[in-house]
Design a protein around this ligand. Structure first.
Ligand code: GLN
Ligand code: ZN
Length: 759
């Protein structure tokens, strides 16, 4: 019978127990021991849950207190020098310092850079390496967790990020090529494998997602060299795991590597099934990723059984593993308890626990088990009702999209004349200051919101709290001299959820949390039907905020690509079509804001880059429809209305032309952690429109000084025209506290004033 397993499990806990434990520890309210106890409980609970659902073996070391790439850096002792002293004294504190930065009376350490994990909304910490880097195996976490799993009676399969992917995801601080460190890093990996073998691990899962990217000959050679070395280490059998895309032209390479098994993603890339089955040497295990680790729809038994039958015709059952397409990190834990979902919708969904149960049914059915076959027949019926359901298609929405003209995606004039009208209208100083949208969400505000949601606070009282919050934000911004104000987004729990709740075609889960970074989770909405906007979504709050001040108030919307990218999207319609539906709804909102006197409107697209396909050959198509959707949303306004956009965590080099094609009047980006390095793409391209490179790292509790920010602005001014430079933080401030935000923004305004005097 095929073996049932999965590549990794969500860490955060069904009730976000890890989040609470981490944050209480960071606040100094609980000890390291308490935090580690919670972490251990979660690991045990999740292994047990997976076993009960039907997994034969469980991944180990997929758990992380913050991030698995950071864990890998620690596993290899690739700890940048600035954290070394702290690491020697208190490794856990050093770990969190690398993740979040630390600022006390005696230490002031900025965090590592953070960036998106492939095309997901999960963020990893970017390892910092340099020429001459030393590595060593530090296996305490890995071995500790393996022993835990074994002691609990599980067949554990340790997971580590592979050497080539690790190096490729890292950055070097001296501009050298990270792959040049391969010979230095391999002995550490060999030691890891040796240690695992000594513990009795039968298998190790080595994740090499980069094997599904475009590779040049040097990278291919590196793969050959690395895996020849690892195979010679006499470690556990290696399952080489790839996911998120097809192996494609790297298939010959993948099957030539001397490993015991290969995992492929047959959800994202079902077309590779035949080729993989044919190319795989007969002594290898094939781990078939047939159940989607990235989305929450119940799988279609017709499709999956077809795939598994095709595979089992070629591959002996004891060499066929039935698995999720990738780690389940990207889906919520359990559908049980989601009682507020419409019953038909609930019937169409499957979370981590249900997905493992699906795998069990598939494996059992393949082995001829009649109960499993019956269960799959019922599953097929559920999937079929979804395809037939009428409330997923809206004739009006489809018709409006068909009638869309090319002009809809066009501003009336080019930037050079728009900017003149806008300058006249707003009369802003050089280097205008603004913020990205949200202000701190206080305990009081959060309490009011949850009471309101629970029906314990009436609408009038809740809205009075929101008005107070907006007033406070406006008064504060005026008092420190910010030029373009925001209302602070107190009415929003989350930038996608807030809009999704007001749009048709969206549904919400009660506990469908997914980790975004560290303790931060998001609850992606479910887009199950055609999207339409029944009524204005933000106009009331923006107009109220504008009524409080003479200064321009920026309206704040989440863009179509981000609305798509941060939701669980229906899989029965092309993504680009869903994106255009959202764009039309936003276009109406932009129009209503403009009509209500809001002259500056920001349409956030932080997820534009993360949506890039893994393979370059597919980029142009994606960027084409993504940019077009943004332009549909923004295209309907007059020249004097200023459209902003915002993107964080993006590497812009490859997409700068498309970012320019969005033609926003102003873009704000995240640049402070990289010390303006991320601005290079804009300056090389001679990006013409307004640009606000972030000067304040809002993902760290550290408060940047005026000098630090003035220094960053000086760097920016060296490469940008003074008339195009805006001054702003990296991102929204909702996760920060008021006192730090007050000091930081005051310092930011002073830094802008200092530089203004010079230009
Ligand atoms: N306007 C949003 C905010 O300020 C943008 C958040 C984001 O880019 N992730 O919170
Ligand atoms: Zn942002």
């Amino acid at each position: 019978m095929p073996h049932v397993t999965y590549l990794g499990f969500p860490r955060i806990g069904r009730r976000r127990e890890l989040k609470r434990a981490l944050e209480s520890h960071w606040r100094g309210e609980s000890s390291a021991t308490e935090l580690l106890d919670t972490a251990r409980d979660l690991r045990h609970r999740h292994w047990a849950l997976a076993r009960e659902a039907g997994a034969d073996s469980v991944p180990v070391n997929d758990f992380s207190l913050y991030d698995h790439v950071l864990d890998t850096a620690v596993l290899l002792d690739a700890i940048p020098d600035r954290y070394r002293a702290l690491d020697a004294a208190d490794p856990l504190a050093a770990y969190f310092a690398m993740a979040r930065g630390v600022q006390t009376a005696s230490v002031d350490l900025p965090a590592l850079e953070m960036t998106k994990w492939f095309d997901t909304n999960y963020h990893y910490l970017v390892p910092e390496l340099s020429t001459g880097q030393r590595f060593a195996a530090r296996t305490d976490k890995l071995i500790g967790e393996f022993r835990e799993a074994t002691a609990a009676g599980h067949l554990g399969r340790p997971v580590v990020l592979g050497p080539i992917s690790f190096l490729r995801l890292a950055k070097t601080t001296d501009g050298s090529d990270a792959l040049a460190l391969l010979d230095a890093i391999l002995p550490a990996y060999v030691d890891v494998l040796t240690a695992l073998a000594a513990e009795g691990a039968a298998w190790v899962q080595i994740d090499e997602p980069c094997l599904a990217l475009d590779l040049d000959d040097t990278a291919r050679d590196a793969y050959r060299h690395a895996y020849a070395t690892l195979a010679a280490a006499n470690g556990p059998r290696i399952l080489l795991a790839t996911y998120f895309a097809a192996l494609d032209d790297n298939l010959p390479l993948a099957v030539s590597l001397p490993v015991a098994g290969l995992h492929v993603d047959l959800v994202r890339a079902p077309e590779q099934l035949e080729a993989v089955a044919q190319a795989l040497p007969t002594d290898r295990v094939l781990s078939a990723g047939v159940v989607d680790g990235r989305n929450i729809w119940l799988s279609d038994p017709g499709k999956v059984m077809g795939q598994l039958r095709a595979l089992s015709a070629r591959i002996a059952d004891d060499r066929l593993w039935v698995a999720t397409s990738c780690s389940l990190l990207h889906v919520p834990i359990d559908l049980t308890g989601e009682n507020d979902l419409r019953s038909s919708l609930r019937d169409w969904l499957s979370f981590a626990r249900q997905k493992i149960a699906e795998l069990r049914r598939y494996a059992d059915a393949l082995a001829g088990d009649p109960d499993a076959m019956n269960a799959l027949a019922r599953q097929s019926e559920r999937v079929a009702t979804r395809a037939k359901s009428s409330d997923v298609v809206r004739v009006d929405v489809r018709a409006r999209l068909r009638q869309l003209t090319p002009q809809a995606a066009q501003r009336r004039s080019g930037y050079s004349s728009r900017v003149v009208s806008q300058r006249e209208r707003f009369g802003l100083p050089e280097l205008p200051t603004t913020t990205i949208g949200s202000f701190p969400q206080t305990q009081e505000l959060r309490k009011a919101r949850s009471a309101y949601r629970a029906g314990k606070l009436d609408t009038a009282t809740y809205e009075a709290v929101l008005r107070d919050d907006i007033t406070r934000a406006v008064r504060f911004q005026e008092s420190i001299g910010i030029d373009v104000l925001v209302h602070g987004e107190p009415e929003r729990n989350d930038m996608v959820e807030y809009f999704g709740e007001q749009l048709d075609g969206y549904a919400f889960t009660a506990n469908g949390w997914v980790q975004s970074y560290g303790s931060r989770c998001v609850k992606p909405p479910v887009i199950y039907g055609d999207v339409a906007r029944p009524e204005p979504m933000t106009v009331r709050w923006s107009a109220y905020a504008q009524s409080l001040t003479q200064r321009p108030m920026k309206g704040m919307l989440t863009g179509p690509v981000t609305m798509l990218q941060w939701s669980f999207v229906r899989d029965d319609l092309p993504r680009e079509e869903v994106c255009r539906q959202i764009a039309l709804a936003l276009r109406d909102e932009v129009h209503d804001l403009e009509a209500a006197g809001i002259g500056i409107i920001q349409i956030d697209e932080p997820a534009l880059r993360e949506g890039l396909p893994l393979r370059r050959a597919e980029w142009a198509n994606y960027l084409g429809w993504a940019v077009h959707a943004f332009r549909i949303a923004a295209g309907g306004v007059s020249d004097a209305t200023q459209i902003h956009t915002h993107m964080c965590y993006s590497e812009f080099n490859d997409i700068i032309e498309s970012v320019a094609a969005m033609d926003a009047d102003v873009i704000s980006i995240e640049t402070s952690r990289s010390r303006m390095e991320l601005l290079d793409a804009f300056t090389r391209f001679r990006y013409p429109n307004g640009i606000g490179p972030g000067v304040y790292d809002i993902h760290s509790p550290r408060i940047p000084s005026e000098d630090e920010m003035a220094d960053l602005l000086t760097k920016a001014l060296a490469v940008l025209r003074p008339d195009q430079l805006w001054v702003n933080p990296d991102c929204g401030l909702k996760t920060r506290g008021w006192p730090e935000v007050e000091s930081a923004l005051k310092a930011m305004v002073s830094a802008a004033e200092r530089l203004r005097a010079r230009v």
